[in-house]
Ligand binder design. Structure first.
Ligand code: SF4
Length: 496
């Protein structure tokens, strides 16, 4: 990186378009670079993942450089991530680190950069049935729009936040607030969001890996399934012990006696009447409005979704269990002489069935997936012929990771990646005030393939040259593949 001396005290950082002048002892606008005695230094340590699955000898800080001769065969497989690696700008410059090591007799190379992503965002999955906003509702942080509610998935609400429209196309404040919210979410910090324009709007606190907090209440359980699925899963808890079961759900409310499950198990009709739109037997849509009550509806009293029982079918004493899709709410009723449901003490066996539903629910968590496209500086930092990198990724000759975590590469054009921030080292993300998010990205491939795609071959360094006390070591995340494992690559599959 070029360092321009402006005054005896100030140097100029050229790691991003902001081009800060940094005084002695100070940091630049992003807090990533600083002037230390006239030298431009990256403030965070380069992060190495120690792959303990292959670990046979200590590495780096635990041993002296003399002890370790770079022989990977006898040692572990340290993987150089882009976290703390720094950024090159403008695009044509080679990536900050292009590191080679031999893996099982094959020379591999990893090209690492902290990419500046002006086009990026996060997809947030919130495991809850509770209503947090309608599809397309605006999500605001600090009063600024930062994204919107998108299509719900099974048992989860989804948000799409950030993106170039919010980072660059709105006001300066909108861009700054959006960038800050993305940064905090990606670095696993809590962010409070206000969703929609209803009065009052919904407030949600999202933190990666933690339960969502909806309107001040921490969510506990993700539903076991929709109301219809719940009827299908647990009928043996009920048949012979209760005459009718209703599983209340904002999406599909299930009714045991009418459902195919009840038919198969010879449950007789009960004359129950459900308000809402009947889809198929025993499956009802729109029994209430969305809310934070039973099964993601706005109801606290389940009887409000019932019409009068059919007097030609129902009978006094008929027993009825109503339960939510998480088993957290339940009620037991018996029809009186006028066929009106009256609350009664719930039999232990039926209470156990509600507990069984709850037991089968997974803990509710927020998932934050960073999503961005590898643009100019990233691809040109790898090769002088950027489209060849794109093709190499698509042909499974190059493995893409972010902070060592496997990145899902979207089909179609470009290198558009998505990665779970929980799988990345802590503090992986930074920002620059353009505004844009700074995220680590690594491209790993055979050295031979790197040469074929026009890589910066003269910039390749051996891993052993990085041995330093300043490295930060983190353990391999158990669920993540080793980026250098041959099974990631097409050539290994072709050899089988
Ligand atoms: S914002 Fe950060 S990376 Fe950009 S020029 Fe300033 S110090 Fe360097």
């Amino acid at each position: 990186m070029a360092v321009e001396r402006v005054t005896p005290e100030k140097i100029r950082c050229d790691a991003c378009p902001v081009m800060c002048f940094i005084a002695e002892g100070k940091a630049g606008a992003c807090d990533r670079y600083a002037n230390h005695n006239g030298d431009l230094v990256r403030l965070d340590a380069l992060t190495i993942i120690e792959n303990t699955r292959h670990k046979l000898v200590p590495f780096l800080k635990d041993s002296s450089a003399e002890d370790w001769n770079g022989d990977i065969i006898q040692g572990n497989r340290p993987f150089v991530t882009a976290v703390g690696a720094g950024t090159t700008y403008p695009d044509y410059k080679p990536a900050p680190f292009i590191v080679s090591q031999e893996i099982d007799g094959i020379d591999m190379v990893t090209v690492v950069t902290e990419g500046i992503f002006s086009y990026c965002g996060v997809k947030v999955k919130i495991d809850t049935d509770r209503h947090i906003g309608h599809e397309r509702d605006v999500v605001r942080v600090g009063g600024e729009p930062v994204g919107h509610v998108m299509t719900s998935e099974y048992g989860s609400k989804m948000l799409s936040l950030g993106g170039v429209e919010h980072l660059t196309a709105g006001s300066k404040k909108e861009g700054r607030v959006t960038c800050d919210a993305l940064l905090r979410l990606c670095n696993r910090e809590p962010v409070e969001m206000v969703i929609g324009d209803e009065d009052p709007p919904t407030t949600v606190v999202v933190e990666a890996g933690k339960p969502p907090v909806v309107n001040g209440v921490e969510e506990k359980l993700m539903r076991v399934g929709c109301g219809s699925a719940t009827i299908g899963m647990f009928p043996k808890q009920w048949v012979g012990h209760v005459d009718e079961v209703v599983v209340v759900d904002d999406h599909i409310t299930g009714v045991l006696s009418e459902h195919q499950t009840g038919k198969m198990l010879d449950v007789p009709p009960t004359g129950i009447k459900i308000k809402g739109r009947r889809s198929t037997p025993g499956r009802y849509f729109q029994v209430a409005r969305p809310g934070t009550g039973w099964g993601g509806t706005d109801i606290e009293d389940p009887l409000t979704i019932l019409g009068p029982f059919n007097p030609k079918i129902a009978w006094p004493g008929l027993s009825l269990l109503m339960v939510s899709t998480t088993g957290e709410q339940y009620g037991y009723f018996e029809l009186d002489a006028d066929l009106v449901p009256r609350a009664a003490a719930i039999p232990a066996r039926l209470k156990d069935s509600a507990n069984l539903i709850a037991e089968n629910c997974e803990p509710s968590v927020c998932s934050v997936l960073f999503m961005g496209g590898a643009g100019g500086s990233l691809r040109a930092g790898v090769t002088e012929n950027p489209v060849r990198l794109t093709r190499s990724v698509k042909e499974s000759l190059t493995f893409v990771s972010c902070g060592g975590a496997e990145a899902y590469v979207w089909p179609g054009g470009g290198i558009t990646v998505m990665v779970d921030v929980i799988d990345m080292p802590t503090g992986s993300f930074g920002y620059v005030p353009t505004p844009a998010l700074v995220a680590p990205i690594e491209f790993t491939m055979r050295v031979a393939d790197y040469g074929t795609l026009g890589g910066h071959m003269t910039e390749i360094k051996q891993l052993s040259s990085l041995v330093s006390d300043d490295l930060r070591k983190v353990a391999q995340v158990e669920s993540q593949p080793d980026p250098m494992d041959r099974t990631n690559y097409r050539w290994a599959k072709e050899r089988r």
